[in-house]
Design a protein around this ligand. Structure first.
Ligand code: PBG
Length: 326
């Protein structure tokens, strides 16, 4: 027997607290929100128990409480009515777009709260793809899509968004958006790039929430192959050179190795998105009484932070804030 006893460092609550390397806090979290065009609307997302699609008035009330509990940021996703959808997504930068108007209203009322946007065509697209589709071949057209993404990003920055979140995975979108932001006087607008976004089955419930599932095919010609990690590094290097401020890995819990790799190589903050499917799995098992879902949320979010993410997008954020303060 040696005199080394690892259990000494686990022997009391106080010593465990003293030596803990990471602690999850409200300062790490961004809350993703599904925004309805009806201001007083509130429609539960069936496949995401506890999450709702909400109109601006309802959201404003909720934010009042969450901001007072320490909420630092939200990421808004629009639930676009079918009548506003098209193949080219023009509604995304239309000045009477309810999403852009909401960003302005939220920033007016809560100037300290960070508002992050989503930049991609899928919520606005009749095809349910993140880019413009070639009608003949079904190809997702990269360079044609960039023009729309740039217009969308400028409209969002104009509305007051703090963080632009390109989630589309088109090549060179970060550079195109950064250049346009600089040219139009939005030099302090942050870009949190969805750098390593994998083609994942974990996005199912999100596509229900937004009614944005692809009408044909899948997203494998633009989102990354989950068998690979090398391209995550390539995408990270490109995004750094193109002017991204924060690099995101998505999904999170099945991609901790990718978070750790980017953290080790990039001198930029790393974020991770605990996506809809991750949320729903934990929730559903909790509702069945099969596990303690709060415990699993805290553990998985802490693991994501331990792997190297300093920002985490999670649907659990609101519950976390309420639990923390109760
Ligand atoms: C689409 C987008 C998706 C998510 C965020 N932005 C889905 C997709 O790529 O199909 C998923 C988020 C989640 O599952 O919570 N641009």
């Amino acid at each position: 027997m040696t005199f080394v006893r690892p259990r000494r460092l686990r022997s009391s609550h106080a010593i465990r607290e003293l030596i803990a390397e990471v602690d999850l806090s409200e300062k790490d979290l961004i809350y993703p929100v599904f925004l309805l065009s009806e201001k007083d609307g509130k429609v539960p997302v069936q496949s995401m128990p506890g999450q709702n699609r909400v109109g601006l008035n309802i959201l404003m009330k909720e934010l009042g409480e969450l901001v007072s509990l320490g909420l630092k940021g939200i990421c808004l996703f629009p639930v676009v009515p079918d009548a506003q959808k098209s193949s080219d997504g023009v509604y995304s930068y239309n000045s009477d777009n309810f999403y852009l108007q909401a960003i302005a209203k939220i920033k007016e009322k809560y100037p300290e709260l960070l508002v992050m946007t989503d930049v991609a065509l899928d919520p606005y697209s009749t095809d349910g793809h993140d880019g413009i589709v070639d009608k003949k071949t079904g190809e997702i057209l990269n360079d044609e899509t960039l023009e729309v993404l740039v217009k969308m990003s400028l409209a969002q920055a104009q509305a007051g968004a703090d963080i632009i979140g390109p989630s589309d995975m088109m090549d060179s979108r970060v550079g195109s958006i950064r250049k346009a932001l600089e040219n139009e006087g939005h030099k302090n607008t942050l870009i949190m790039s969805y750098t390593a976004k994998y083609a994942s089955s974990f996005y199912g419930p999100f596509r229900d929430a937004l009614d944005s599932a692809p009408k044909f095919g899948d997203k494998k010609t633009y989102q990354m192959d989950f068998r690979n990690s090398g391209e995550a590094i390539k995408e990270a290097m490109l995004d750094i050179n193109e002017g991204a401020d924060i690099l995101m890995v998505k999904p999170a819990i099945a991609y901790l190795d990718i978070i750790a790799k980017l953290k080790a190589r990039a001198r930029l903050p790393i974020s991770a998105y605990q996506v809809s499917g991750e949320y729903s799995m934990i929730k559903a098992a909790g509702m069945k009484g099969w596990l303690d879902s709060d415990g699993v949320f805290i553990e998985s979010l802490t693991a994501i932070k331990r792997a190297g993410a300093s920002v985490i997008l999670s649907y659990y954020t609101a519950e976390f804030l309420k639990k923390l303060n109760s």
